[in-house]
Design a protein around this ligand. Structure first.
Ligand code: HEC
Ligand code: HEC
Length: 283
């Protein structure tokens, strides 16, 4: 009898040890499982991105290299850069602050993909809103986009080019040459200005921001005491510094829908600013 009890007790203890060990291992197994699921989601998102989004947002989401989907010819990118420090890094990326978005960056990205952006060429992608994609595919795309914001990418502080207070001081900098309006056209298209403002040569071509064909005269009247060129310079570096009154779809919204990251993006090549200014000033 006593032997049976002893065997029973030992068997029970052994079972508990085995179960306890399995229970302890469970969280690691869950982690590995969700890492693998996350990896698969990012991969699926990459395929969807290449097929649906790169025509406007460019190779690697940088809005630098875009191709016409049917001919394969290079075309100017009409979407915003998504592979951007200001969209994917930190808990509250600058882009969310600029737009006054209260939710998380995951929600912002999923929401924009799902519903598109009214008044722009960004289409709605979720089936519920008439798009071609399922909810899990929208999640895959958001996972893919957010994966650009890895530790290494986000560790690089935004470039430290110190934009001078006034356009006169900027123009006087040794490393800035006189603006080249012809290159300004290319730069204007490469930064995606045309997607919102249309082309200055074509009246009525603006979709989101004011048409800039007559901005050289109008800019001089916007802020008392501020030169036209200084107004343009500040409008590009900090869209929220002044809000233009009239946008194509009605009054311009405050905060501005214009991305706040041009100061950062042009830091690698400040000459782009000089060229855009010459172009917009009609030089
Ligand atoms: C026809 C061109 C076009 C296509 C195709 C397109 N987009 Fe866009 N997308 C835009 C434009 C233009 C904007 C900027 C809208 C605005 O003015 O706010 C935008 C904005 C976005 C934003 C918000 C970016 C920000 O900084 O606010 C995300 C995210 C996005 N697109 C993801 C996608 C994904 C994912 C796809 C593919 C499923 C896609 N887009 C396909 C043109 C496009
Ligand atoms: C996502 C859309 C979008 C993009 C891209 C964009 N803008 Fe804007 N922009 C706007 C909107 C909306 C306004 C009006 C609100 C405001 O004043 O910020 C505006 C305002 C301006 C103004 C002031 C216009 C006025 O009538 O006072 C200038 C100048 C300007 N943008 C230049 C640029 C240049 C140059 C680029 C490219 C480097 C650019 N924008 C890219 C949306 C955009």
């Amino acid at each position: 009898m006593q032997v049976k009890v002893a065997i029973g007790t030992i068997a029970f203890m052994l079972t508990m040890i085995v179960l306890g060990y399995a229970a302890l291992r469970e969280p690691t197994r869950l982690d590995e499982f969700s890492d693998a699921a996350q990896g698969r989601s990012i991969e699926a998102g990459g395929v969807l991105f290449g097929a649906n989004c790169a025509t406007c947002h460019g190779v690697d989401g940088k809005a630098e290299e875009c191709q016409d989907p049917s001919s394969g010819e290079p075309v100017p990118c009409t979407g915003l850069p998504l592979n951007s420090y200001f969209l994917v890094c930190g808990d509250r990326p600058q882009r969310l602050e600029d737009l006054g978005w209260e939710g998380s960056k995951e929600q912002y990205i999923q929401r924009t993909i799902s519903a598109g952006r009214a008044g722009t060429i960004m289409p709605a992608w979720l089936d519920e809103f008439g798009g071609p994609l399922r909810p899990d595919q929208v999640e895959n795309l958001a996972d893919f986009i957010l994966n650009w914001g890895d530790e290494e990418f986000c560790a690089q502080e935004p470039s430290s080019f110190a934009w001078p207070e006034s356009v006169e001081d900027f123009r006087a900098m040794a490393e800035v040459e006189a603006g080249d309006p012809e290159n300004g056209v290319t730069v204007y298209q490469n930064y995606g200005c045309a997607a919102c403002h249309g082309m200055p040569e074509q009246e009525g071509s603006a979709a989101v921001g004011p048409w800039l064909g007559d901005i050289a005269e109008i800019a001089a009247t916007r802020v008392p005491g501020m030169s036209a060129e200084d107004y343009l310079y500040h409008s590009i570096l900090d869209p929220n510094a002044f809000i233009a009154p009239d946008c194509p779809a009605g009054p311009c919204t405050d905060p501005s829908l214009m991305p706040g990251d041009f100061a950062f993006r042009m830091s690698t090549n400040p000459q782009d600013m000089a060229d855009i200014l010459s172009y917009l000033m009609g030089e």
